[in-house]
Ligand binder design. Sequence first.
Ligand code: NAD
Length: 214
Amino acid sequence: MDEKCISKAVIRRLPRYYRYLGELLEDGVERISSNELSTKMRVTASQIRQDLNNFGGFGQQGYGYNVQYLYTEIAKILGLDRTHNMIIIGAGNLGQALANYVQFEKRGFKVVGIFDVNPVLKGISIRGNEILMMDELPQYLKDNDVQIAALTLPKNNAEETADLLVENGIKAIWNFAHLDLEVPEDVIVENVHLSESLMRLSYNLNCYVTEHKK
Ligand SMILES: NC(=O)c1ccc[n+]([C@@H]2O[C@H](COP(=O)([O-])OP(=O)(O)OC[C@H]3O[C@@H](n4cnc5c(N)ncnc54)[C@H](O)[C@@H]3O)[C@@H](O)[C@H]2O)c1
């Protein structure tokens, strides 16, 4: 399997397959056809077959997909078969909410540190992690194995913080600040913009209302 060849569009859909397969496993379903999965996920069966064929075709004619096998393989592709240590930069509302969310850890994303510049927050414990100050960050990154940094700080401070993270070896940034970061080619940034999602919701709501007025 050559992961480099998998298109971004397919990779974007994989977490959804993974979620549905996880639910099937919880329900004790051992195998499923592309047609059944198609009805459940409300995507076409041919899309499912095409997507999953990218990985050498997990399905067998007349048998369908082995749910456990597919779930495990997709987990491997998404890198969920290992633990990623994550730090959070900006211990405000959003940073604390992320640090408090237990499900990330279940997926293998372990919050190991949380940082801020506000001395009032120093030492406050969030799910067992005491908030540290930013001047402790470089040494912390030398002493600890961290793969991902979440940026939940004001956008004005995001670029310089990203630079500091990159200088100290961070290769993956989960960026919540409303700013497109400029990073070297070997650093991966995943932007999360809840407001953009809300705008799409607003657009779709408008469309629906307009169509149903006719
Ligand atoms: N992308 C999204 O979907 C989304 C959703 C909500 C908020 N946000 C953004 O996330 C950020 C945080 O939002 P919030 O509601 O938690 O704000 P907040 O004000 O509650 O928290 C921001 C925290 O960042 C800290 N901070 C400021 N400069 C810092 C620096 N240089 N290094 C480390 N920490 C620093 C502050 O002291 C504060 O504790 C904002 O930029 C906001 O616009 C994004």
